[in-house]
Design a protein around this ligand. Structure first.
Ligand SMILES: C[S@@+](CC[C@H](N)C(=O)[O-])C[C@H]1O[C@@H](n2cnc3c(N)ncnc32)[C@H](O)[C@@H]1O
Length: 290
């Protein structure tokens, strides 16, 4: 059985769960219970220190790349479903960073426009995306470009991700960490088929902690209200860390995505995620039982 079949195979998943229950977790738990209180807390501290050291010594760019690779970038699977359903003709991204999402979008749309505030990141993205003639890299504040782009009134998928983050090396925009409400207003009513995908939903659901400034980040309700005011018929939801606003007729595309949010990941990455989540769930359960 190949990796793709393994990742999709329910029987394998069930057997893997049973196996973890029968050997893995039980053995780890028995191991921890068999050591005395002081040694146990020493072991836990050691694990904590080692993992903190690993994260601390990992360059910010590498960590950012890992996070984006693990799901922060736009889903081409969702994008192409919406394109087919609604006849979208282009994608507009705010916050180019290194061009990972622009590259993914370029596989789906005949035209992609991506906007970056940092001149350094803009230059890097121009170089890395030069093999893609359908991608246009723009330099500047997202809101300054969006109203002009929206004026073209063509059905567009907007990937709004101009969010400052210390995890993304050389990220600009600390003074205005999340301009998403201004971006939505700059786009205005646009085209009736316009779709909005806004990254980092978790930060809108709960006030972010330092170094983020909570005053810069709108709440989920404010984002929903703004989209609803400009696009009264849009279906609004949150799936896999993405705030989604699409014409009501495309709800079934979003529903399908929510059932398989990582379908576009390579099979090995899906398998790794599956195994990792399995272990995390068991650690949570184990911690809860203590
Ligand atoms: C989270 S990263 C984007 C990741 C990228 N969209 C991806 O999926 O590969 C956020 C980027 O937005 C940029 N940025 C911050 N504020 C901005 C603004 N007002 N206009 C345009 N870009 C901005 C940052 O410099 C950073 O490169």
């Amino acid at each position: 059985m190949g990796l793709r079949e393994l990742a999709d195979n329910d029987e394998f998943a069930r057997r893997y769960r049973e196996r973890l229950d029968s050997i893995g977790v039980a053995a780890v738990r028995r191991g921890f219970h068999s050591i005395s209180g002081a040694r146990r807390s020493f072991c836990l501290n050691l694990v904590g220190v080692c993992s903190s050291y690993a994260i601390w010594t990992c360059p910010a760019g590498t960590l950012g790349s890992m996070l984006v690779a693990m799901g922060g970038a736009v889903s081409p699977h969702l994008a192409s479903g919406l394109k087919q359903e609604l006849g979208l003709v282009r994608a507009v991204e705010t916050g180019t960073y290194r061009g990972w999402s622009a590259r993914r979008l370029a596989r789906v749309f005949p035209r992609v426009v991506t906007i970056e505030l940092s001149p350094q990141l803009h230059q890097t993205a121009m170089k890395t995306l030069r093999d893609l003639p359908n991608v246009e890299c723009r330099l500047g504040r997202s809101v300054d470009h969006l109203s002009e782009l929206a004026h073209e009134r063509v059905p567009t998928l907007y990937w709004l991700d101009a969010h400052w983050s210390p995890l993304f090396e050389a990220s600009a925009g600390e003074a205005d960490q999340c301009p998403v409400l201004d971006e939505l207003k700059a786009i205005g009513p646009g085209d009736a088929a316009d779709c909005f995908l806004i990254d980092d939903a978790r930060v809108f659901c709960a006030s972010p902690r330092p170094p983020y400034d909570p005053d810069h980040w709108p709440t989920l309700a404010e984002i929903f209200d703004t989209i609803r005011e400009l696009h009264p018929g849009h279906y609004l939801t949150v799936v896999s860390d993405i705030v989604i606003g699409v014409p009501a007729g495309a709800k079934h595309v979003v529903d399908e995505f929510s059932r398989h949010p990582v379908r576009h990941w390579p099979p090995a990455a899906r398998l790794a995620r599956y195994l990792l989540l399995g272990v995390l769930r068991r650690v949570q359960r184990w911690a809860g039982e203590r």
